[in-house]
Design a protein around this ligand. Sequence first.
Ligand SMILES: Nc1ncnc2c1ncn2[C@@H]1O[C@H](COP(=O)(O)OP(=O)(O)OP(=O)(O)O)[C@@H](O)[C@H]1O
Length: 552
Amino acid sequence: MKTFAATAIFQVRVLPRWRMFSNVRRMSRMAEALAEAQKSSNSPTQLTFEAIGLQPHLASAVRAAFPKVKFPTATQAELIPAIENKKDVILQDEPGSGKTLSLVLAALNKPRLRYSDTGKQSVTTLFLVPHRDLALQIRHWIQRITEHSESPPPLEEVAQVLLRDGNMHLESGMQLLSETPPHVLIATPAGLLDVLKKGGNNFIDFSRVSAVVVDEVDYLIETVPALHGKLRTKVQKRIEKHPGPARELLDIIYSKRKKFTSRNREEFVDEPYLTPQLILSSATVRRHLKDYFFGEGGYLKWDAVKVRGRVLALHEKQVLAASATHTNISHHVLVVSDESIENIPGALEGRVEAGEIASPASSDESEEPFPAPVKTEAEQEREMVFSMTPSPYNQNSLEAVAAAFALYVPSVALFIIPGGGSIHRAVYDLRALGVNALDLDMLKEDKGRLHLLSGGAETVKTTPTLLVTTVAAMRGLDLPELQHLFILGTQELEGDQVTSRTLDSYIHMAGRVGRFGKKGTVISVIEPSQGPKMTKILGKLGIPAVKLKQFP
Ligand SMILES: Nc1ncnc2c1ncn2[C@@H]1O[C@H](COP(=O)(O)OP(=O)(O)OP(=O)(O)O)[C@@H](O)[C@H]1O
């Protein structure tokens, strides 16, 4: 692997340069000022979790399960009492600032609801998430907390997961759900809709559910951004044609709310408690999304409480910059052609640590081949097909990822390929290049689960591993020790256009590293034709690209 990397680097030649960023210096100054302003966004308060309303046994269990979680952040100290107040809540703070964890705590803190007639427990909180791995991560967190509590109940009484997944048996999931309704039901909207379609809309009595949390809400509910002309019409048509399972589900749960508008809001507030408290969360909640929830969607009560990280007091463009550019994340772009791999023109000279060569955890074993995973018959067949078919991936780009991975990554890195791309094919191609690539899967120890709660002093020592995922499957994921992230290409969703969705997408991708004050390195690998779009994305976000020193 090391030999390959060296070869790849020495082959680089200089490409004709694009025009320099004229505003890079200005942006860099702005990012520094903003980073200063937001420093305390996720610094812990001196309050205890008990003082902000967590039940003492839960607070102790959390500290035991997550030794680094000692005090709530300012945002968490605002959020947990707001949820206790039973009003609807919109939560927005930068990626990795502890939103999901605090939502989990607030959910576990709610008293268990029981049917007064039968005494049977009901689901207290429904947690909607965009994808399987985030659902599994949340269940894993709850499992840890439960295991660290006194006389822990069986996990299925506390948390269950509903997914649209080939491995999950719908009938047995439904049976467990009706026999033992959990305190927290974590589901993808599509998974839950499957259950409602089979069991009927009353399979879960939503009037008995205390809260519905929609995590990564802007991903689950697409709304029309402030676009102009044809693009706006195109997006609107797409939404109307495919409203998406999350919207369909909220229409079922909040059908009773939809008749209330701003004109009869008094009545709305006095309405008996018929619908669950609605809690929305994301690092990027645009105004058009809020407007939709309050207005046309009719899901949110007008007196919903907004809980926002410090950073959001700034101007929107600066907010974006601050969200994505804390000084603890360095952003790099490698432009790859047939002839060369080089830094994007205009990239700034790096801080010492930005392009520092990592001392790989596995340096003693660098001559050892990485472990080959045991393959099922289906996997062997798939590889046979791959060996006979051309790859959709630009091999130069994958070589650049392999080279940078070998140079910089001591333990684990994440590689995000564009949505719709084949993860298995990317893994196959990368392994052929000598990279220990694996498809990210939170259920499997070697493919991500190992890294779920590790970090800091207990950093996992493994052969450096590159976990491959897509844009669609990485939202909200937390691998605490992750420091290196590779992104393939630019987001092609809107063609050459850079919309708010494109920018939000970059913020969320970059947000997989530099979490909770840690350091992070983001390396985008693009083709020359994607250069102008990448420049625009970084320019709009106020992010200066920094040179990787080992590349021209
Ligand atoms: N009060 C705290 N003290 C220390 N660490 C914390 C605290 N709250 C959360 N964390 C840690 O911060 C990391 C990020 O948490 P979490 O995934 O909840 O962030 P997030 O804001 O939901 O991220 P994203 O925007 O990507 O969804 C986790 O590793 C979590 O354990």
